[in-house]
Design a protein around this ligand. Structure first.
Ligand code: ADP
Length: 483
């Protein structure tokens, strides 16, 4: 921990975009607002065709002259270890940037988010030379099946966990030899702008890693670019669908999407420890104000245990009442923006007349106290739409088959949980729930070794694990006749 006030006084915010190893400005600024009290943010520059083309062009040049991809694996690894060390060295400044820009609590960034991002950078660097390529020997022919980088890769990311999500993509993309143009979220760009110069200091050659700033219009220009060979995205399903269209309209680039969720948390009558299950649910739906794509936002519970479970849940939810994001005492900070506040407010207004609402604690100016809506209609807006706020909907069921049906009654399929001590029952549910990730008797237990991503409208492709290296490459088959 550190003296936040003191650090804030001397905080330098880099707001210029980063192309070819240099910070640059243009004439299109857009103003930013912080939900953190008394914080004034500098504006961001919006990159349009000129800057997007420039970034893609330099990235393409570095890909073609092989300045990065021909570096030895050993060198690439060392550079990545150095990036991790430098981020740790500048940890206080970086977490402060993310906190004042997003309103999320500094405690989250300092103890959870930044360490996770650093761990993921080191994990990918350690893993990169532990993967084998494939070979076949038959009919006196030797067939090598090797991974080739894609070329220039565009990465478009959201604001809710900036560093973690950025490095889940940047690390495997660069380690596989691609050159990268990153478009971070307009609500969370400052930490990556700072880190861009740390990456240069660590030894990433100029032009290999570029950061362009701006909103959806900038992202669209990147995704439509004919020299970009892959777009790797985390964000809403709505934008994910647009990216598929842009790929089709341009050069059929590879598209990988990690999109929204409405993840079910199923508790059966065979769950022996309801208190523990309630604690895990509260932690995962109310953490970061529910602004997590894999948050379990639908509790699907056996009707006979619902009341007992809700009593435990309300107790646990008290831990997640929002307070000052800049205090290390706060577990939960603010929502990211005025717009997000309005969005959550609208859902609450819409629902409170129709459904029983349980509210736990007081709201702050830009933070919502946990809200639980009981006995929600499974086809209602509340049960179907991703809210991205601290709102849990509760649906009770009579049979396990009904629970599975309810769980699958959504366009999403990112994460899920089953709490049951009947292992047969738990596994039946886990197999039948349509979802990229299912936890049994736990949540948020995945680490870098495990792939992450969804099915249905939660996206396609996977972040993390050695399988992520496949995302940033294409296979090439080389057949040699040995006759
Ligand atoms: P969220 O709802 O979490 O803000 P979005 O899907 O709107 O998520 O945004 C995620 C990222 O996608 C951000 O970097 C944003 O600027 C970018 N983005 C938004 N619209 C588009 C678009 N039409 N094309 C490309 N990128 C976009």
């Amino acid at each position: 921990m550190f003296d936040v006030k003191e650090k804030l006084k001397n905080l330098k915010i880099e707001n210029r975009f980063f192309i070819n190893g240099n910070y640059k400005k243009n004439n299109n600024i857009f103003h930013k607002f912080s939900t953190v009290k008394d914080i004034k943010l500098p504006p961001l520059y919006k990159c349009l065709s000129k800057e997007v083309n420039e970034a893609v062009e330099v990235a393409k040049k570095t890909y073609e002259n092989k300045i990065w991809r021909n570096k030895s694996i050993k060198e690439k690894k060392e550079i990545f270890f150095k990036i991790a060390d430098l981020i740790e060295k500048h940890k206080e400044e970086i977490v402060l940037l993310d906190t004042i820009e997003t309103g999320r609590s500094i405690k989250n960034f300092y103890f959870d988010s930044l360490p996770k991002a650093v761990e993921s950078i080191r994990w990918f660097a350690e893993a990169v030379d532990k993967c084998f390529e494939h070979a076949i020997y038959k009919d006196n022919k030797l067939v090598s099946i090797i991974r080739m980088p894609l070329g220039v890769v565009g990465i478009i990311t959201p604001w809710n966990d900036p560093l973690v999500v950025n490095f889940w993509k940047i690390a495997p993309a660069l380690l596989m030899g691609n050159s990268v143009v990153l478009k971070p979220a307009e609500q969370a760009s400052f930490s990556m702008l700072k880190i861009a110069s740390l990456m240069k200091e660590a030894g990433i050659p100029d032009g290999v890693f570029n950061v362009i700033t701006g909103d959806g219009e900038t992202g669209k220009l990147l995704a439509l670019h004919n020299d970009v060979r892959g777009i790797f995205f985390t964000g809403s399903s709505e934008v994910g669908k647009k990216l598929l269209i842009y790929a089709g309209k341009s050069n059929m680039k590879k598209v990988s999407l990690e999109c929204g969720g409405k993840s079910p948390f199923i508790v059966t009558k065979n769950c022996n420890d309801l208190k523990k299950a309630a604690k895990i649910l509260a932690k995962n739906i109310f953490y970061n104000q529910g602004q997590i794509c894999s948050a379990p936002s639908r509790l699907i519970i056996d009707k006979n245990i619902k009341n007992e479970f809700l009593n435990y849940l309300i107790q646990e939810a008290k831990e997640f009442v929002p307070s000052d994001p800049l205090s290390f005492e706060s577990k939960v900070g603010n929502l990211v923006s005025k717009g997000q506040k309005e969005r959550v407010e609208n859902y609450i207004k819409y629902a409170r007349e129709k459904v029983k609402m349980i509210k736990v604690g007081e709201d702050s100016e830009y933070g919502f106290a946990p809200v639980i809506f009981d006995e929600v209609n499974i086809n209602s807006k509340l049960a179907q739409e991703e809210i991205f706020g601290p709102i849990l909907v509760v649906i009770s069921y009579e049979t396990v088959d009904e629970a599975i049906k309810i769980a699958n009654n959504t366009k999403y399929g990112l994460a899920a949980a089953v709490f049951s001590d009947n292992i047969k029952e738990a596994n039946k549910i886990a197999l039948e729930v349509e979802s990229g990730l299912v936890h049994i008797n736990t949540y948020d237990a995945e680490d870098n070794q495990m792939p992450f991503g969804g099915v249905k409208e939660s996206g396609l492709g996977r972040d993390k694990s050695v399988l992520a290296f496949d995302e940033y490459t294409e296979l090439k088959t080389i057949i040699t006749d040995l006759e």
